[in-house]
Design a protein around this ligand. Structure first.
Ligand code: ACO
Length: 361
């Protein structure tokens, strides 16, 4: 048995390939650097959905815009109980109100769900009215507009697009595996996506970037990095935004996102200090992790620069996992359809190590 299913191949996919030794991510025949910062999210949705959904509309931007308008109706169902939850749990609860199905219309509503529900919940929790979607806008620009209540500054939609594209799919990660297991039972796409959101929420998977901000804030200045990190490791804690099950070198998504933060910094002229500080913490963390665990290569992962980019786009840290879901839902859906098309029910075995049955006296 392999602990944590490490190195077990549990699916065949045409969707993405994670090469952990080379530090390379390929999405349907394109390397990450060919896509991130060069492609809009809608184009990557088409890339992932091609062949898995029939009759993909010519204008996917408009179709997604209509889906955002459709799911916005669910925001009326928000009550005090739901607003008492964290934004990811509240977004998941609203998503659970969407009907199950296997068709493209269901899939587009599921992509729209985190994009519409997360900003609406954050605004309602702050005592502000939710902002209705504008179907004429691109997906990324409309997300930022729904969150902040005004047109986003130049460069911000492009930066969010770069993020959504970077995280759209990533082999058989925990949430995608969960989504495929549920899809294999033929429960429907909504059920598969709910499984994905639930798995993504944990800090060992997509829940790390919020704690990255907490770590940066607690460190405060570059000279505090070493003592703070050493104390955390001595307490047996893990550094959020470092380490990966598959990558033994740098996660290529980290640099795709660092590039997006840099481009934003150049445009706004505001970010360089924060970026330089984060780079100082990153350098200290890498050096100390090497000293602490010389036999286990631990490098930076996608979550470290996710935190910096989403902070620069003024997403509150509590929404970071919901923003991850905005990108990853396309991958979950394509994997669910791939599983349905060719896969059998996923039903592995367990090894019983409990007591042997008692013999009746
Ligand atoms: N900080 C300190 N030590 C670490 C870290 C870390 N970030 N990551 C792994 N280690 C150590 C472990 O303590 C373990 O040491 P041990 O053998 O002495 O017990 C060793 O490295 C191996 O760790 P595993 O848990 O076996 O590695 P696994 O492949 O299961 O974990 C994971 C990968 C969960 C990402 C891990 O590196 C981690 O917890 N990172 C911090 C959380 C994080 O950044 N999550 C986001 C991941 S990216 C994503 O999913 C989108």
């Amino acid at each position: 048995m392999s602990d944590g299913l490490e190195d077990v191949v549990a699916a065949r996919t045409v969707l993405s390939d994670v090469d952990g030794k080379a530090g390379r991510l390929v999405i349907r025949g394109w390397t990450l650097d060919q896509l991130a910062g060069r492609t809009r999210y809608e184009e990557v949705v088409r890339l992932l959905f091609d062949g898995f959904f029939e009759n993909l509309p010519e204008d996917l931007t408009a179709a997604l815009g209509r889906a955002r308008v459709e799911v916005f109706n669910e925001v009326q169902a928000v009550d005090d109980g739901l607003l008492a939850l964290g934004p990811v749990e509240a977004m998941r609860a609203l998503t659970a109100r969407l009907a199950d199905g296997d068709d493209l219309a269901t899939a587009l509503r599921l992509i729209a769900a985190p994009a519409v529900f997360t900003p609406a919940i954050v605004r309602l929790q702050a005592g502000d009215a939710p902002v209705a979607p504008d179907p004429a806008l691109g997906h990324a620009a409309d997300i930022l507009r729904m969150l902040h209540g005004k047109a986003p500054p130049a460069g911000h939609p492009e930066a969010l697009d770069a993020y959504l594209v970077t995280v759209c799919d990533h082999g058989l990660n925990a949430s995608t595996f969960a989504a495929r297991v549920v899809a294999s039972t033929r429960a429907g796409l909504t059920s598969a996506v709910l499984a994905g959101i639930s798995a993504l929420k944990g800090p060992l998977h997509g829940g790390a970037p919020g704690p990255v901000i907490e770590m940066l804030d607690a460190i405060g200045k570059p000279e505090n990095a070493r003592p703070w990190i050493e104390a955390a490791l001595d307490r047996g804690e893990r550094l959020m935004g470092f380490g990966h099950r598959v990558y033994r070198v740098r996660d290529p998504r980290a640099d795709a996102l660092k590039g997006a933060v840099r481009r934003l910094a150049e445009e706004s002229g505001r970010l360089p200090g924060r970026l330089a500080f984060a780079e100082a913490v990153e350098a200290a963390a890498l050096a100390i992790l090497k000293e602490h665990r010389p036999n286990r290569p631990l490098d930076v992962n996608v979550e470290f620069f996710t935190a910096l980019l989403l902070e620069a786009l003024a997403f509150p840290p509590a929404t970071f996992t919901g923003v991850f879901a905005m990108g990853r839902t396309a991958g979950w859906l394509a994997h669910a359809r791939e599983q349905l098309a060719g896969g059998r029910l996923i039903r592995p075995q367990s090894e019983y190590v409990g007591p042997t049955p008692r013999i009746a006296a």
